[in-house]
Design a binder for this molecule. Structure first.
Ligand code: FMN
Length: 185
């Protein structure tokens, strides 16, 4: 199997990280892989922020969890609790992707998803584990939204977080459902 396919087939979502921080060189390479992603009409509406500040990550995590806990539907909060009560799974760093709305609205989400997968595959190829964290949006949905955005230096946009670091677990890729594939001859 070639290296690209190997990264595709060995990537998994890591939900328990050690506190070891990836080196800046690797983080820069991963960030470059992010902005190497294709985007519709080459619009590149994204902004990529590498965050290593544990204090800020912990503040964001608390904000997101508090918001989840306050919601009438507790299912998401309970899901997180059943996984150890952490949104960021102790990751030593993360990438925040902010992306402005495209025309037609929603098209930017494709771009964001492609960028996120580039990040996870580049990380895997460097021996760094990752987890896309859609729940990061909760950190930006409460009272501290403007404060966090100002500190991180972005204005508007959809946010996804991608957790990065070294695994403190034995992860494995999900089972492939080959029945989802059909071939019409
Ligand atoms: C858009 C998106 C958002 C996700 N958000 C979260 C999240 O907030 N927390 C989490 O633990 N996993 C999150 N995941 C990871 C998925 O749960 C995971 O990809 C899926 O269970 C398949 O497992 P695998 O990544 O190990 O193949 C997200 C994945 C995607 C694509």
């Amino acid at each position: 199997m070639n290296e690209t396919l190997n990264s595709i087939f060995t990537r998994y979502s890591c939900r328990k990280f050690t506190d070891k921080l990836p080196c800046d060189k690797d983080l820069q390479t991963i960030a470059k892989a992010a902005v190497a992603a294709p985007s519709g009409m080459d619009r590149q509406l994204w902004q990529v922020i590498l965050l290593k500040n544990q204090e800020l990550m912990s503040e964001m995590e608390t904000e997101g969890l508090d918001l989840m806990k306050s919601m009438p539907d507790k299912s998401l909060f309970e899901r997180i609790q059943s996984r150890g009560g952490k949104l960021f799974y102790n990751a030593s760093c993360m990438m925040i992707v902010a992306i402005k709305s495209a025309t037609p609205p929603g098209a930017e989400l494709f771009d964001c998803g492609i960028l996120a997968e580039n990040v996870c595959l580049a990380a895997t190829s460097l021996g760094i584990q990752s987890c896309m964290c859609g729940f990061t949006a909760f950190c930006f949905a409460g009272n501290k939204r403007d404060e966090f955005k100002k500190t991180l230096g972005f204005a508007e946009g959809f946010e996804i977080g991608i957790l990065l670091g070294y695994a403190d677990m034995q992860g494995k890729p999900h089972e492939l459902d080959l029945a989802k594939i059909s071939l019409i001859k």
